[in-house]
Design a protein. Structure first.
Length: 229
């Protein structure tokens, strides 16, 4: 089967739905969740998944869910590579907002050739992450692993660097930007409410802000302990 845009969308959706934020495979993706993500009925999704299974791209377990085979994972990673490099190109070269590039990249990821993607990759200096901090798969399909943690679980009293925002919704991205939670910016967690999971933190500019637990879980950080004084 040639990888049409529909096939590519299914493979990418399965990949994103069954792989954790650090790149580890975590579970079978339920068929209902897959159908909702691609915007079709469960019956339509099941028919496509059976076709993908016959092509050796997925393992399908009736009443359980679906996961990618090695071949399917390789194709999915190539779609992600195109998508994330296009996003970075739109931000870095064309000056678009990081909140507005996802839908554009969704359309362009199926149209750009491997040669164009290679030239974009070289032009951008072989980047490892896109504007949201999502890892860019290599040309060989490898996806870098990370041990970053969310603001919800990051230790208090640490100098942290925002590495990734995992919610691609434009509204949330604009909110994160207003909160100074853009990849590359520094933050320090000052306190966490055990009952509400609210996280209070200080931004790079010195402002103090508070996030609820749901929002804090969508912001990944890395860092080291702050020394005395």
């Amino acid at each position: 089967m040639l990888p049409s845009s529909t096939v590519e969308n299914y493979l990418k959706t399965i990949y994103l739905g069954s792989v954790g934020s650090q790149g580890e495979e975590v579970r079978l993706l339920p068929m209902g969740q897959l159908a909702a993500a691609v915007g079709v009925t469960p019956g339509t999704a099941t028919t496509m998944v059976k076709t993908l299974a016959e092509s050796g791209l997925v393992h399908y377990e009736p009443y359980m869910g679906v996961r990618l085979t090695k071949a399917g994972e390789k194709l999915a990673s190539m779609v992600l590579r195109r998508h994330r490099l296009v996003e970075l190109f739109l931000v870095k070269v064309l000056g678009m907002s990081w909140a507005d590039v996802h839908d554009e990249a969704e359309r362009l990821e199926h149209a750009v050739s491997d040669e164009v993607i290679e030239r974009i990759d070289a032009l951008l200096g072989r980047p490892s992450v896109d504007p949201h901090g999502d890892p860019i798969p290599t040309a060989q399909g490898r996806v870098p692993r990370s041990d970053d943690v969310s603001l919800l679980s990051a230790p208090v009293g640490m100098s942290l660097r925002v590495t990734r925002v995992i919610d691609q919704d434009p509204g949330f991205l604009r909110f994160a930007e207003q909160q100074e939670l853009v990849p590359g910016r520094e933050v320090t967690v000052e306190s966490r409410n055990a009952d509400t999971e609210a996280v209070r933190f200080r931004t790079e500019s010195g402002r103090k802000r508070t996030l609820d637990g749901r929002a804090a879980a969508k912001v990944l950080v890395s860092g080291r302990s702050v020394g005395p004084g």
